[in-house]
Design a binder for this molecule. Structure first.
Ligand code: NAG
Ligand code: NAG
Ligand code: NAG
Ligand code: NAG
Ligand code: NAG
Ligand code: NAG
Ligand code: NAG
Length: 518
């Protein structure tokens, strides 16, 4: 299976369940230790939970096409039904209310709202998102909306190859305009693109993500693409589209709606694989390639010198006009932080004439450290502290949200997810530590994920949810795991200590078969 194969650049952490999580932050804390306006919630994305992919006027996105075209990759599983949140959103919002979630981060399916990418709005799509937003507001839950989560309307991919074309700037901006106009009276928090950096790699370099483009030897079976150049071109067009949307919001909606628009990136922390100086420098390169690729243009108006040097003519030039548009075009940065990774120097890759992004980064990334030098903490929750402090120092202290943080476990029907509780306890405690030590520009924390949905890597084989969804049950019933009970206790003001966690254990075991291979 694909997941077991070596990927050239990590897209998502795929073996986190084997990592021991150690508490490096505050152990004894309550909700009231965080600022009152700090927000706690949970995240999903449209394709991963909505289902109803061909109902009510929705047209396919590249994600539908990718999943149906890679049946072996997902063991035949698809997001066609997923958690059927499209029909069950009211029930889901009751679960959010019971849990005490203060915010819900979800994405809009572009091809549900505007089926062919541009042109007429689908009235059923509009109605669905209006209902979802209204129901959240009714219960005092803040909607935080992501406009794009790997799901270009297939029509635009067919017409001009999606993000490889600057036409996306025009069409994405027009789509965002519809969203701001229709929903902006009730929605304050907008994210343009989810994980722009890892999406550029996964989609155009190693083909782990839709639309699955690559060129040999960098991907698996590469039918079209160019892993050397396309990730940089797509990322460039994403930056331009993002900043065009921010400009639109500021010009047309900000005065009346008073909202915030940001970009989301995949933001692990990187430590050297060994204490050798070349690995220390390689870990710095990894930070430049993962975080600097997008944040340097957003904060300073240009790509990092290191990337320009190593990518050479493959990376498009930000013209003075584009640079002006991109620089400063954000109200916040969304961070998806799951773990700390370890970086080993591979400078020899720079001698290769044909290189992908990983080759330009000249490093290899590992899940585990290579030696036990004392400054290595073996992937504890401290990475969330480090990455926030790094942003504060290197990128002028931008407002941030932790948009995703979570742990993968096997999806085998047990509601006893003590490991996830430990993980959340450790990361939230470390976040509190960071806030107390001056990382004060972080505004919220969202757990990935609210439900056990269709996972990007592995479909229904793995789970990240607070709620188990019984896929073998026609009703797709949801069951709160121990982590949901723990989070709920925390959100409702309970004191949280490691030795109190056992009180939340729920031994109930529910069916684990699924509609996955239908
Ligand atoms: C945990 O914190 C609460 C509130 O500050 C305090 O009352 C309690 O004694 C603490 N418990 C431990 C074991 O430190
Ligand atoms: C990728 O694009 C570069 C620059 O245009 C070109 O030199 C190279 O041959 C292309 N590679 C493939 C596999 O098409
Ligand atoms: C280092 O880079 C070379 C050239 O790209 C590649 O063949 C090799 O597999 C890489 N080594 C590691 C450990 O990833
Ligand atoms: C990290 O792992 C190494 C080797 O597995 C071990 O010797 C060391 O004690 C660990 N460090 C911490 C802080 O747990
Ligand atoms: C579920 O998977 C976890 C992790 O692999 C394992 O520890 C647990 O025993 C499994 N539970 C059942 C009921 O299979
Ligand atoms: C355990 O979970 C089941 C299924 O959601 C629920 O019916 C039951 O009340 C829970 N038990 C406890 C002690 O929370
Ligand atoms: C829940 O899981 C934890 C760790 O996997 C284990 O120590 C504990 O005994 C389990 N509790 C129940 C009630 O199964």
């Amino acid at each position: 299976m694909m997941l077991k194969q070596r990927s050239f650049l990590l897209v998502l952490p795929i073996s986190l369940q084997f990592m021991a999580i150690m508490v490096s932050g505050v152990d004894n804390f309550t909700r009231s230790d965080f600022p009152a306006d700090f927000v706690f919630g949970a995240s999903t994305s449209a394709y991963q939970v909505e289902g109803a992919v061909s109902g009510d006027g929705r047209a396919p996105s590249i994600w539908d096409t990718f999943v149906h075209g890679n049946a072996e990759y997902y063991n035949g599983a698809t997001g066609d039904i997923a958690c059927d949140e499209y029909h069950k959103y009211k029930e889901d919002i009751q679960h959010m209310v019971d849990t005490g979630l203060e915010a819900y981060r979800f994405s809009i399916s572009w091809s549900r709202l505007i089926p062919y990418g541009r042109g007429p709005v689908n009235p059923k799509g509009l109605e669905y998102y209006n209902n979802l937003i209204d129901e959240l507001i009714l219960y005092g839950i803040q909607p935080h909306i992501t406009l794009y989560h790997m799901d270009t309307p297939q029509a635009l991919e067919d017409e001009y190859e999606g993000w490889l074309s600057q036409n996306m700037v025009r069409d994405f901006t027009a789509y965002a305009d519809v969203c701001f106009k229709e929903f902006g009276d009730r929605v304050l928090h907008w994210t343009t693109l989810n994980e722009a950096n890892s999406f550029a790699i996964g989609a155009y370099d190693n083909a782990l993500l839709p639309p699955g483009r690559c060129s040999l030897p960098f991907g698996r079976t590469c039918t079209k693409g160019n892993s050397s150049t396309e990730p940089y071109v797509a990322a460039h067009n994403m930056l331009l589209a993002h900043s065009s949307v921010v400009k639109l919001y500021n010009r047309k909606y900000q005065a009346a709606q008073h909202g915030f628009v940001g970009l989301n990136i995949f933001a692990p922390w990187f430590l050297p694989y060994t204490k050798a100086s070349e690995d220390v420098i390689a870990a710095q390169r990894a930070l430049e390639f993962y975080i600097g690729w997008f944040l340097h243009p957003l904060v300073f108006g240009d790509y990092p010198d290191l990337i320009k040097k190593n990518a050479g003519t493959k990376i498009p030039v930000l013209t003075p006009h584009e640079s002006k548009l991109v620089k400063g075009s954000f109200d916040f940065i969304g961070l998806n932080h799951y773990a700390t990774f370890y970086v080993k120097d591979n400078s020899s890759s720079l001698k290769m004439e044909t290189r992908d992004v990983n080759g330009d980064m000249a490093a290899r990334i590992y899940f585990e450290p290579g030696d036990s030098s004392p400054d290595q903490d073996n992937g504890t929750s401290s990475g969330i502290y480090e990455v926030l402090e790094y942003l504060k120092k290197a990128y002028a202290n931008p407002p941030t949200y932790i948009h995703e943080n979570g742990q993968q476990t096997a999806r085998n029907g047990t509601l006893n997810d003590t490991e996830r509780v430990k993980y959340m306890h450790a990361y939230i405690g470390t976040l509190l530590d960071a806030l107390r030590n001056g990382v004060s520009n972080t505004k919220g924390y969202f757990l990935w994920s609210f439900l056990d949905g269709f996972e990007v890597l592995g479909g229904y084989e793995y789970a990240f949810g607070l709620f188990y969804v019984d896929l073998n049950d026609k009703q797709l019933r949801r069951y709160p795991k121990q982590s949901a009970q723990w989070y709920s206790n925390f959100l409702k003001g309970g004191s949280i200590r490691t030795n109190e966690m056992t009180q939340f254990v729920n031994e109930t075991f529910v069916s684990s078969k699924s509609h996955a291979s239908q």
